[in-house]
Design a binder for this molecule. Structure first.
Ligand code: MV4
Length: 511
């Protein structure tokens, strides 16, 4: 029986609370973290690159420090500059947000060596979950189901054929150092296996500098369902329900919801307890997400990976549990026990999130940077907009072109969809193209409304819209056109020699 968690109220507990936190990020997540700090009476420090000088997160912060030029490698990825800003500002803790340095164990060690508190998991937990094969081994040893396959890389065609025959086709080849689908190949039979293995290994080497590839049994028509876990420094580990994240485009989540439409209390408990076993196995601390593949055939589920950071889509979990995950992150980092126990977690209603981007759905989602000439964000019951922009502000071509994560909450999925439809019609952004029209169409789509989702949804939806994804070369040309048209009407700093608009955009979108 998990020991009862001592409930503490931040205002009465003798434990210390930070007075000032530096947010080592930008955009909507930096603004989101600052809102939690504000509610807790904690001072906020922003860091910004040159193009972000007038960004919303800089305006919101109590103080802001310039950390470098546009290139992330010279700014938001420069741990030394971020720590220097923390020292100069007197910040006692650093919140990494997501992306950038949020899963960089070396940065965590730099922060703690500098005498600061890192708001996130210990570096050892990050490292344990960073490698796909090692994560599989840990999950297996924790008694969590993983997809049948190998726990060591396969190097020869013969070995790959031997394994594939043992587990049965179709199989999935995956890069050990990879993620986000890079270096992944679905193989239907023995004839394709040799060439697929060569292709997967060369892509893995090109993407990650590590050509090792392992083999798994392919889960047919999988759903991507992930469990939010939370652990503190007192040995408490809980799960906060699941998120359905099967609607993805090029392995980037587009729409997320909580709970999953397959919403089974039994499946939730089974997956939640498995997720907690993984967290416990790596002595996790803080907010984490354990991803699973769920077979739409028999609801069997398999551990995919664990993300050792706060996720983009955390708002849908907050909406159905009523828990502020960033507030819990800050409290746990300051040494407080979790403010709730597993028996206190109750899910209520249904939440849907749309990731609204400055991209043009009519040109295969090419970036559409520029000045936001008009911005009207809807409100009303059950609406939440986690935005990082403002009217008159600019969406930079240098970073992920997210406008906001737009959520609708209802007593059930039907009400959440109705609310999202109404609100998306009211949402106005002028001066740049956005993915709003795409989401308005999805909310009318019968397959989406049915809730019978799997990772193939976007492909089928585009077919229905008669907008199949053109080949990469065509979309590269469109990206170049978008970048050039933007450059012709705006002063665009010369991109770093190593980066072009296309590769920057692709890095942001294909990671
Ligand atoms: C799989 C799979 C089917 N079977 N593994 C995609 C990236 C990485 N998260 C793992 N992925 C997959 N792994 C096996 N054994 C199908 C996918 C997959 C996928 C998974 C989750 C969300 C979207 C996806 C899109 C395509 C393929």
């Amino acid at each position: 029986m998990q020991k009862r968690i001592r409930r503490v109220n931040a205002r009465t507990d003798a434990l210390y609370m930070f007075k000032k936190i530096l947010i080592a990020n930008r955009g909507e997540i930096a603004c989101r973290v600052m809102r939690a700090c504000r509610e807790m009476g904690i001072g906020t420090v922003a860091v910004y690159s040159e193009p972000d000088r007038d960004a919303l997160h800089v305006r919101m912060a109590d103080e802001a420090y310039h950390i470098g030029p546009a290139a992330s490698a010279e700014s938001y990825l420069r741990g030394d500059k971020i720590i220097d800003a923390a020292r100069r500002s007197g910040a006692e803790a650093i919140h990494p947000g997501y992306g950038f340095l949020s899963e960089n164990a070396a940065f965590v060690r730099q922060v703690t060596t500098a005498g600061l508190t890192y708001i996130g998991p210990p570096p050892e937990a990050m490292e344990a979950m960073g490698g796909k094969i090692f994560a599989r081994i840990i999950a297996t040893e924790a008694g969590v189901p993983v997809v049948p396959g190998t726990n060591e890389p396969v190097a020869s065609h013969e070995r790959a054929i031997e394994i594939a025959k043992a587990i049965g086709f179709p199989v999935m080849l995956k890069a050990s150092a990879g993620g986000g689908g890079k270096g992944m190949r679905l193989v239907a039979d023995e004839v394709e296996l040799g060439s697929a293995l060569d292709a997967a290994r060369s892509e893995a080497m090109a993407s990650f500098g590590d050509e090792s590839v392992f083999v798994e049994k392919a889960v047919v028509r999988p759903r991507h369902i992930e469990i939010q876990v939370f652990s503190d420094t007192h040995g408490n580990h809980i799960y906060l329900g699941e998120r359905e994240c099967s609607i993805q485009r090029r392995h980037q989540k587009v729409i997320e919801e909580a709970p999953s439409p397959i919403n089974s209390a039994e499946l939730r408990q089974q997956m939640g307890e498995c997720a907690v076993m993984v967290a416990r196995a790596v002595n996790y601390v803080g907010a984490g997400t354990v991803e699973f593949l769920v077979s739409d055939v028999d609801r069997s589920f398999y551990f995919l990976e664990m993300n050792t950071r706060l996720q983009v889509e955390h708002p849908v979990t907050e909406l159905v549990t009523g828990i502020d995950l960033v507030r819990e992150q800050i409290r746990v980092a300051a040494g407080y026990p979790l403010s709730i126990g597993q028996e206190d977690v109750q899910l209520r209603g249904h939440a849907i999130e749309c990731r609204i981007y400055a991209e043009d759905p009519e040109t295969n989602f090419m970036p559409s940077p520029g000045v936001i000439k008009r911005l009207r964000v809807p409100s009303g019951p059950g609406i939440r907009d986690d935005g990082g922009v403002y009217e008159g502000g600019e969406v930079s071509i240098h970073y992920d072109p997210m406008i906001s994560k737009f959520c609708a909450f209802g007593r059930d999925r039907r009400e959440a969809i109705d609310r999202m439809r109404r609100a998306l019609r009211e949402y106005e952004v002028a001066g740049i193209k956005t993915t709003l029209p795409f989401f308005r169409e999805v909310m009318e789509d019968e397959e989406f409304i049915s809730g019978d989702l799997d990772t193939g949804f976007i492909g089928r939806f585009n077919e229905r819209r008669k907008k199949p994804e053109p080949d990469q070369a065509e979309s590269d040309l469109a990206a170049l056109a978008a970048a050039l048209s933007y450059a012709s009407t705006n002063t665009v700093p010369k991109p770093a020699a190593s980066q072009t608009g296309i590769s920057r955009w692709r890095q942001a979108n294909d990671s």
